[in-house]
Design a protein. Structure first.
Length: 520
């Protein structure tokens, strides 16, 4: 590989710009292409939609938004946070198109931050990895509560306890790990099947929730209660702040714009296919989640029963009111379970690929071990297993205290925000001239889009750290600031220990025609 000096100066991480051709096996991250490009466009779209699982994640964490405004809060908060996330998603898609590598924001932050790129990229990478580990734990926990709720509905008198969820959680974690490890070439087909399950599932759920209350005679919620009657159960006196804080539920549902970027080295034509996948993820996710939320909110005739239900999964009580039967409730939970199962595979893939990219640049302990691609399995097996171990540890925390567990997984949005702004803000401050545009470029409109994205991230990083309710006690306290700050200190300590051997990703601006090939 030949190198040219960059005009930006010797301190820039883009000091050496790789000039590549289609035969040397170097990809856009500056590394040898090691992973097989098994994922086509439909497979990566399937992964974006199932792992993003907007309507499922939205329903799974519905209680947060219900407390922050009732049914109107659920709908309007989701609409606003979705629109704001579109600016973040567009910024992410543009950077992914210009620098398609499995490192994602870690790679982009290293390049866009100029002479500060080494440490900014290092922190961005670790923030992003931690966000995805907590996202993995959170989605497995949602699936586990689903399964235990299905059993509880089918067995009247059965009282679900936390250890039931924990056992299910551990088993599920290692089932997902086995599939990701040993079914590498089958994963694209599985993700395509997940796309079908997701779209069919949301249509079935909407139809059942819209029709069955009239059939059973349970009736529907009034339009006023769905669209107008604001319910503030948080203890905060400012409804405006309650509205903003309630957007956390929507952020959890739509806050995964970078998920497909971490598969850039496993898909053909990533410069064009990743932006397409992001577009499909956000359009489809918004439409399905909005329609789904309206349908289930009209099916709620007793909001107090939903807020005080005995199940660990809020939607179980809503589905009981909608269908009027245990069989109908279980059926709707199964419809949700199938795409969620596939989606968790995508989250596991994303977390493991992120850790692997850090390891191959010597940004982790034991980098040789974790940065290796298994020649037989054709994937970073050691990183996959490590992510499963971390997820299991978080499950043990859940067994000891669900409050402590929620403190960790609740920091998903803020840690993701920190990683995104580490790439977008330097890109904006450099007048968007630090990278060559890829297939998707916003041109001068990018200044407005990036600015809105940065302001949104800055404001809501603070808002999402406020307590969930007043008065504050151990259960209602928001530990996001403590968790994010504590892990940032640990990352800083790791940086001090590891920086001398840290390599960091290279900037390899592939030519436009190269972006349309497999880059191998």
């Amino acid at each position: 590989m030949q190198f040219m000096k960059d005009r930006k100066g010797a301190d820039s991480p883009t000091e050496e710009v790789a000039v590549t051709d289609s035969h040397n096996g170097i990809n856009a991250s500056g590394h040898q292409q090691e992973l097989e490009r098994n994922f086509g466009l439909w497979a990566i779209v399937g992964m974006a939609l199932t792992a993003g699982n907007t309507w499922i994640a939205f329903g799974g964490s519905l209680a947060v938004a219900i407390y922050n405004g009732g049914s109107p809060g659920v709908i309007y908060e989701f609409i606003v946070v979705s629109i704001l996330y579109w600016f973040v998603a567009a910024s992410i898609a543009e950077l992914a198109s210009a620098m398609p590598s499995a490192g994602g924001v870690y790679h982009w932050a290293t390049v866009t931050a100029g002479r500060h790129g080494r440490w900014v990229g290092f922190f961005a990478g670790w923030w992003n990895f931690l966000a995805w580990i907590f996202g993995l734990a959170s989605t497995v926990q949602i699936l586990s509560t689903q399964l235990t709720s299905m059993y509880a509905v089918s067995h009247p008198g059965f009282a679900t306890e936390r250890w039931h969820v924990f056992v299910t959680y551990v088993i599920a974690t290692w089932v997902f790990t086995a599939i990701v490890l040993f079914a590498n070439r089958a994963l694209p087909k599985i993700e395509q099947a997940g796309l079908f399950f997701l779209l069919a599932g949301v249509v079935i759920s909407i139809i059942v929730c819209a029709v069955m209350p009239g059939v059973t005679g349970n009736g529907y919620a009034t339009s006023a209660s769905v669209w107008k009657e604001w319910v503030n159960s948080t203890g905060y006196t400012s409804d405006g702040f309650v509205f903003l804080a309630g957007m956390l539920n929507g952020a959890f549902a739509v806050g995964t714009p970078d998920i497909t970027s971490h598969m850039a080295e496993e898909i053909p034509r990533p410069s064009s296919n990743i932006p397409k996948a992001v577009l499909a993820q956000y359009i489809t996710g918004f439409v399905t989640a909005l329609c789904y939320s309206i349908a289930i909110l009209y099916a709620i005739t007793d909001l107090d029963a939903v807020l005080n239900q005995s199940y660990f999964f809020t939607l179980t009580a809503i589905y009981e009111q909608a269908t009027g039967s245990s069989a109908g409730t279980v059926g709707l939970l199964v419809v949700m379970f199938l795409p969620l199962f596939v989606g968790i595979l995508g989250v596991h893939l994303t977390a493991s690929r992120m850790f692997w990219t850090l390891a191959r640049d010597r940004a982790t302990p034991f980098p040789t071990f974790f940065g290796k691609v298994n020649p037989h399995l054709k994937n970073p097996a050691n990183s996959i297993i490590f992510c499963a171990v971390l997820s299991t540890i978080l499950g043990c925390i859940y067994l000891g205290s669900d409050t402590a567990f929620m403190a960790f997984v609740g920091s998903f949005a803020v840690l993701g925000f920190l990683s995104y702004i580490s790439a977008i803000l330097p890109h904006l401050l450099s007048r968007r001239q630090s990278v060559r545009p890829g297939k998707f470029s916003m041109g001068s409109a990018g200044f407005v889009v990036n600015t809105v994205a940065v302001l949104f991230i800055l404001a809501f990083t603070v808002i999402f750290c406020f307590p969930f309710a007043l008065p504050v006690d151990a259960a209602s306290m928001n530990y996001t600031c403590l968790i994010a700050g504590g892990f940032t200190i640990l990352v800083a300590a790791l940086w001090a220990f590891i920086q001398k051997g840290y390599v960091g990703p290279q900037y390899v601006p592939l030519e436009a025609e190269m972006m349309t090939k497999n880059a191998v």
